[in-house]
Design a protein around this ligand. Structure first.
Ligand code: AMP
Ligand code: MG
Length: 422
């Protein structure tokens, strides 16, 4: 019996440049506007959803920048080692104690760094410029100006001033500022919920015995960590087989739940690559089918009416990570509500190796950048295979060399652009 065969011709996918793809992704992402209250202890790396001011002045009150003596400038302005000026010490003010007395002419108060200035004092003489005997202090060197070594109340910021603007990411300095302003609860944007799963019949989790032909699902771990590093909440769905119905079911569930979906695998033109057609079936608008980038060409991005953005990422482990660093990262930054647009960190570096870009695609080669003693950045390409399936030499990568498509080799010591990661 002669079987009737149907010949399926897959349409060539339209290919965008890296910049076009990035702009398109940024255009369709709107920052999350829902907020939540976060305790000070847990607010590190979150993005502020309110501008913060304080009813306090910083410093809270006039205080001493030195261990020494609080004095009246007028009393001591003429002091020299030959003609010291002697004052009576009326009290001692360690940091944390409220001064008890008002300073009068010819008087001094012993004071320590951070301690509150007594009323009547306007200047601090550092203790190195004094000698003492009993309750007398001799000022040997006159301070050069009034207010010397006094940290004035409100000098750093007056009450009511905006200390941290909406859209600021809370890092170590901001933690200190929030604490000093007594903000024990802070309003921040909620974190993006990102569903993640790996597709492929060949995949097993790392705890299973490897049978011939199988591949261990490393993407799940690389991408979950990437998401954690970006401050997103990963919703991990594990491995989904190349089974159209199961894949459809998983995709439809997560599209309804997550802000962003990252699935790896199944976006090439193979017989088991169902992601793009399922995205269309589920009502997604396909915005990106492929990008002129190596590695990572078969990137599929779709948008859904409920706002969910789906990234169908190629399965090869290096392609998957490069796609995350180059395309998912800007998307997550924009989602997170940052006040200023985020751009990848590109720097100029000299390459220590000759490099070969692809003739048709922007090429990303992984390696390490380090700075010599003069501060010049130098790029060292990772040794070994630059196959997108080789994840072994990704170890210790801190950058990607970004080479425009070209027929020509890049010579040793030539200047290139390098994108910092991590
Ligand atoms: P695909 O994009 O599905 O055609 O997969 C391309 C290649 O990447 C194949 O060799 C897969 O076995 C491999 N691969 C796919 N998914 C993963 C994964 N989650 N972890 C590691 N390798 C993968
Ligand atoms: Mg596959």
């Amino acid at each position: 019996m002669i079987e009737k065969t149907t010949v399926q011709i897959k349409q060539a996918k339209s290919m965008l440049t890296v910049n076009q793809a990035e702009s398109l992704i940024l255009d369709i992402i709107s920052p999350l506007d829902q907020t939540e209250i976060c305790s000070l202890e847990n607010v590190f790396n979150r993005v502020l959803a309110e501008s913060l001011s304080s009813s306090l002045d910083f410093p809270y009150w006039d205080n001493s920048a030195m261990d020494g003596y609080a004095v009246k400038f007028e009393d001591v302005k003429g002091a020299t080692p030959d003609r010291p000026i002697v004052l009576t010490v009326i009290e001692e003010i360690p940091a944390g104690r409220k001064p008890q007395l008002t300073l009068r002419s010819q008087q001094a108060a012993r004071i320590f760094t951070g301690a509150m200035l007594p009323t009547g004092a306007d200047t601090i003489v550092m203790q190195e410029n004094t000698t003492t005997q009993g309750d007398r202090v001799s000022i040997l060197i006159a301070p050069s100006n009034p207010q010397m070594f006094v940290r004035k109340k409100g000098e750093y910021a007056e009450a009511g001033k905006i200390l941290l603007a909406q859209g600021t990411t809370i890092k170590e300095p901001e933690m200190a500022i929030l604490a000093t302003a007594q903000k024990t609860e802070v309003t921040v944007y909620r974190r993006p919920l990102v569903a993640i799963f790996s597709t492929g019949d060949e995949l097993i989790s790392p705890d299973k015995t490897l049978e011939p032909g199988q591949i261990i699902d490393s993407n799940q771990f690389a991408l979950t960590s990437f998401l954690q590093g970006q401050g997103a909440i990963p919703l991990n769905l594990g491995i989904v087989a190349d089974d159209r119905d199961r894949l459809r079911e998983t995709m439809s569930q997560v599209i309804n739940r997550a802000d962003l979906v990252l699935s790896t695998g199944g976006v090439s033109v193979g017989d088991y690559d169902y992601v793009e057609e399922l995205l269309k079936e589920l009502g997604g608008e396909i915005l990106i089918q492929s990008v002129a980038i190596k590695p990572g060409k078969p990137l599929t991005v779709a948008k859904f009416a409920n706002g969910c953005i789906y990234f169908g990422i190629p399965g090869n482990p290096v392609s998957a990570l490069v796609s995350c660093w180059r395309f998912v990262q800007p998307a997550l930054k924009k989602l997170s509500g940052l006040a200023h647009p985020w751009r990848p960190n590109f720097i100029k570096a000299r390459t220590k190796n000759s490099l070969k870009p692809d003739s048709k695609r922007e090429t990303y080669l992984w390696g390490k950048v380090h700075w010599d003693n003069e501060g010049n950045a130098q790029f060292q390409v990772a040794s070994g295979s630059h196959s997108s399936g080789n994840l072994i030499n990704l170890a210790q990568t801190n950058c990607l060399a970004c080479l425009p498509q070209s027929e020509q080799n890049i010579e040793i010591d030539q200047a290139i652009l390098v994108m910092l990661i991590g």
